[in-house]
Design a protein around this ligand. Structure first.
Ligand code: HEC
Ligand code: HEC
Length: 424
């Protein structure tokens, strides 16, 4: 095996593999000496070309009680997520989940999700003191829409969920944030679950459906039952009750409890296209949906009626250019047809950095890429190693999943009403 990790810290589209920190675990060598796995591997000739093995701080295993929750969670995020979520690893999310990154530099705590809020009210990527309001927790709990990690494990790790939840609950709350009283909510959920035994089958089904009707509620119930042998069977009951329901969160979070013959093959979140096209929407409400902050807000990338950012196409006049069905296609399948100006560029530099974004400018000296977030990236031509143009849109997929059918109908109604070409 050859490892070339000389430039640790700056990795090019980091490999999905072990990192030296993971191999820094102390183990007993044959002669009884304490040394790290890395040293043992090197000693035994399994690692060629590594040079001197640098002492790296050991990662904290999730169950290692000698470490703090913070240390354990940060190690877990580092191992499971940071190969994609670190600066320059490509991709369209801006968070940095490496362990060595200071908490306030992770672009995570208190930040608005750019890639979807999954219908969580008052969502942030991580909201201190509010685990159920945190998209990060939702994504690692989901086994369908928005699941993280994006590759690899397809089922959530209950131990990780509990620890990440505790970490978020213990993060110091900032004065300005409105606090949701999780404890009170949890108390309500527990009392309801305790009451189930006394109910008729119909009442029981109603109560369970009610508990998981919101994204927050579904996440809370999942976390409440997952560690309890006694309550775990509720998972399957809820999954069967919600498999065809409108509650996307319940479907995302409980689908893993479905017996194999009931698993959905069409993917959660498919909405009935015909009824969406036929539904009557309201232009004013649709405008509000379009401008709604949080989640993958349309105005992060689009401008209409003078509001929003021009990263994707301005949408004034879209109602004249496209039919309702065509607009719906564009939203449902952003990568279906993309104009050359909106292709996602990915540029690797000689230093091994990968930048992605839309091409804004190209001269003999530099390329300029733009992405969501404040900065444009200038890359001197002399530093370019390779350029790759992806047949993929910057626009997130599954945006409609976050909306109720009514919201989606309103949004379509609004976009259709945009027949005036804007003056800008
Ligand atoms: C193989 C690459 C990959 C891995 C591994 C990965 N992610 Fe992601 N992540 C992505 C991509 C790509 C996106 C943006 C697309 C999307 O929204 O699904 C994303 C989006 C996110 C977002 C939303 C960011 C926003 O601004 O809305 C969060 C939160 C997140 N990931 C958390 C995690 C966590 C936690 C892990 C580890 C358990 C993880 N990711 C592992 C590729 C990855
Ligand atoms: C992260 C950026 C981003 C977000 C968020 C986003 N879009 Fe887009 N959108 C794009 C880009 C880039 C394109 C052009 C490339 C393509 O067709 O995929 C596009 C294309 C479109 C088009 C086709 C326009 C045309 O003239 O071809 C429509 C319609 C649209 N988006 C609607 C929406 C709506 C509605 C939302 C919110 C629910 C939204 N978009 C959110 C980036 C975004």
């Amino acid at each position: 095996m050859e490892l070339s990790t000389a430039g640790l810290g700056i990795q090019s589209a980091s490999p999905l593999g072990t990192s030296p920190e993971q191999l820094a675990v102390i183990s007993k060598a044959a002669d009884g000496m304490q040394q790290s796995q890395l040293e043992t591997l090197q000693q035994d000739g399994w690692l060629a070309g590594v040079g001197e093995v640098r002492a790296t701080a050991q990662l904290a295993a999730l169950h290692a009680e000698e470490f703090s929750t913070e240390q354990r969670v940060r190690s877990w995020l580092h191992v499971n997520c940071s190969h994609c979520h670190q600066p320059h690893a490509g991709g369209s999310a801006l968070i940095d989940l490496r362990r060595e990154t200071k908490t306030d530099a992770m672009q995570l705590v208190g930040q608005v999700p750019l890639r979807g809020a999954f219908g969580i009210s008052g969502a942030g990527l991580v909201v201190p003191g509010d685990p159920e309001g945190s998209v990060l927790l939702y994504r690692i709990a989901s086994c369908a829409g928005g699941r993280m990690p994006r590759l690899g494990a397809t089922l959530p790790d209950p131990a990780a969920l509990s620890e990440v939840r505790r970490w978020i609950a213990e993060l110091p709350r900032t004065g300005a944030t409105e606090t949701v009283n999780s404890d009170e909510e949890l108390d309500r959920v527990r009392k309801a679950i305790a009451r189930l035994e006394t109910l008729s089958a119909v009442e029981r089904a109603e109560l369970l459906q009610g508990l998981v009707a919101t994204a927050r509620g579904a996440l809370m119930v999942l976390l409440e039952i997952q560690d309890s042998e006694e309550l775990l069977p509720l998972g399957r009951e809820i999954a069967l009750l919600t498999v065809d329901s409108q509650s996307l969160a319940a479907r995302d979070l409980f689908a893993r409890f479905l017996p194999p013959d009931r698993a959905r093959s069409d993917g959660a979140g498919s909405m009935d296209r015909q009824s969406l096209l036929a539904a009557v929407g309201d232009v004013d409400r649709g405008r509000a949906v379009f401008r709604r902050e949080g989640g993958a807000s349309c105005i992060n990338c689009h401008r209409a009626e003078g509001v929003g950012v021009v990263l994707g196409p301005a949408l004034d006049g879209i109602g004249r250019k496209m039919t309702r069905a065509e607009i719906l296609n564009q939203i449902e399948e952003p990568s279906g047809t993309i104009k050359p100006t909106y292709l996602l560029w990915s540029v690797e530099t000689t230093r091994g950095l990968v930048h992605t974004g839309l091409l804004k400018e190209r001269t003999t000296e530099k390329l300029v890429l733009a992405n969501t977030g404040p900065r444009q990236q200038e890359i001197p031509v002399a530093e370019i190693e390779s350029v790759n143009v992806q047949q993929k849109s910057l626009m997130p997929e599954q945006l409609l999943r976050e909306l109720s059918s009514q919201d989606a109908a309103d949004l379509l109604e609004y976009l259709e009403s945009l027949v005036e070409t804007g003056s800008e």
